[in-house]
Design a protein around this ligand. Sequence first.
Ligand code: GLY
Length: 438
Amino acid sequence: MKVLLVGGGGRENAIGEALVRSGAELYVVSKHRNPGLARLAKGYGLAGETDIKKVIEFAKMWGIELAFIGPETPLEKGIVDSFESEGIPAVGPTKEAAQLETNKAFARSLMEEYEIPGRKLFRVFEDVSEMRSWIDDFGRPVVVKPLGLTGGKGVKVVGYQLQDNEEAKAYAEELIQKDGKVLIEERTDGVEFTFQVFTDGKRVLPMPLAQDYPHAYESDEGPITGGMGSYSCSSHVLPFVPREDYEKALETLKATVEAMRKNGTPYKGILYGQFMLSKDGPVIIEYNARFGDPEAMNVLPLLKTSLLEIAEGIVDGNLGRARFENKATVVKYLAPRGYPLNPIKGVKVQVDEKAITKTGAKLYYASIDENFTLLGSRAIAVVGVADTLEEAEKIAQNAIGHVKGELFYRRDVGTKESVEKRIGLMREFGKEFEPNSC
Ligand code: GLY
């Protein structure tokens, strides 16, 4: 089957690999030629992922039978609706359904209306003085969010990016002036984790949990990035997520899909719940309408079921099973020095692919071109897959040594110390539990 993958990052390199592994004839459209995808693809078109007209032209030229959308920006623009109106089924939510990610007020209102578990208190404000007096009356620390996509930037939390509720009010006022609206939520204390599922609009199939490292620097310091790495465990849960909380989080995602159906905005594709595990259970921080990047690189190498079969099940509304190997994974991203604020661009890096293969690690390319020139965002990911987290981390770490250039990475992704830190944090937040092994 001829499958068109839209997008050219590390996430898409992993999706493309899983599609080819399951027998798809792969075609790709993205804004740069990803060297990993270029090797897998029969055809490669260069176009911005949100240039829907061009993407559809490529699809028609190649006689594409199924499209798979990687990033959120084309979903926000309605790429799935456009494919469907051309008679080409596409994996991903329609523009309306993608609002779960692209419109935070939509997501919070849906949770409220359908009483989805794991919701938090929120308000949307257009009026500065109403916003100010609500925050004063509320009294507890808040989170201030722009309503639309911000590429991981824009969300500010009291106690982290904001000193206190006074600063929160000032930032919220700025957003009202800029966007006309702002979302204010109660702050939830805990540790974040990623829960991705496949759904055909009715059935929900879970993938292994993963944990992302969003800060640029070691010890969870520095600016927020798209994610500098992530890990997952052979048990498919995380050391600090007890089984009962896993079940509660899955219930939240199932209830969300059901609510979307009842709401007249049926959701199909990949649904990513970004949860905060609080001492009282999992709470939704955000929904994403696609695989995580890097988290796709944790789960897809473990997928035993054909991704093509799953993709067909999603678009046909008859999703069957999704089985994953019981292995631990560690993804480490190499990013250009200065990323995310002032990244070096236009310089070449050296990747000794043969040596990386010898380490047993998987290699995925992202924001880098076929001449191995850095394009300014996360460039190369290495992935260790093994029976234990310790082994997986070692494999990824050994592979890193075979990439040379103006790059940096986080040594601590998936290490025992960083996992113990997260277990410790959960205990500090008042959760009593016995950690799962990883
Ligand atoms: N790693 C976070 C995301 O994909 O949104």
